[in-house]
Ligand binder design. Sequence first.
Ligand code: 5IU
Length: 281
Amino acid sequence: SSVASKTYASRVASFANPAAKLLLETMERKKTNLCVSVDVTKKADLLQVVESVGADVCMVKTHIDIVEDFDLDLTEKLSALSTQHDFMIFEDRKFADIGNTVSLQYSSGVHKIASWSHITNAHLVPGPGIITGLAEVGQPLGRGLLLLAEMSSKGNLAGGEYGQKCVQAARNDTTGFTCGFIAMDRIDEKVALQPGQEHKDFLVLTPGVGLDAKGDGKGQQYRTPDEVIRQSGCDVIIVGRGIYGALLKDGDKSEAFRNVQEQAARYRKAGWEAYLQRTQQ
Ligand code: 5IU
């Protein structure tokens, strides 16, 4: 039977990965499947968006390399907010190099991603060595990895056979570090088990979610929380500009942050209602 009909809480036990367990527990505890994607370029704005949405989310997604005034104080403050508001941090790094290089990119450099990000993601283009390289760093820290099996943008080259290979690679990852996918539907249930493979549960996190727009003129394609959670059976909605969009307009900042908070509450409600309908609770 599809995991789509199961509650988040009932799936905790089917994961070995501590980050995946914590995410499912957090979703159930806070009653939210909303991840806010905070793609802003100033440290103060990033922290204030996170403050504004913290109570409504299970996870905050970052692109840490776009922050102009980045320093390690930012990641310390982010970690403190994650504890205070009970959400996880997902650095959307999209690693894409050979194992040895991604180990270094994940552990070192300016950003030291593995030290503060509970979950990160990778392309499978380089082959399964990318998983080995990231697991070497992340596994001892209790981190988790998502493979980019599908993308939301128009004309993307993932999906199809490529997406199926991501599912196979995740199943074949005996370290348990790979705990899910970025995908547009329950891709893990559409790929037959190969001989000797055991059934495993995976998380599906889905970007390209918006209630007011169909696209952004730069290839992004939006679906509603209901389409993503109830109709497609995904686990987490990832919402960016639909929530912090008011900040991109000139005008009163405190009003903009009030709007960010209201939008987070709106998406949270839509995502959770879709989940309750899906699981018939
Ligand atoms: N993102 C996508 N689509 C994808 C993947 C990642 O939109 O297929 I993989 C990221 C890009 C951005 C966020 O950080 O998710 C979506 O932001 P908006 O909701 O503002 O479009």
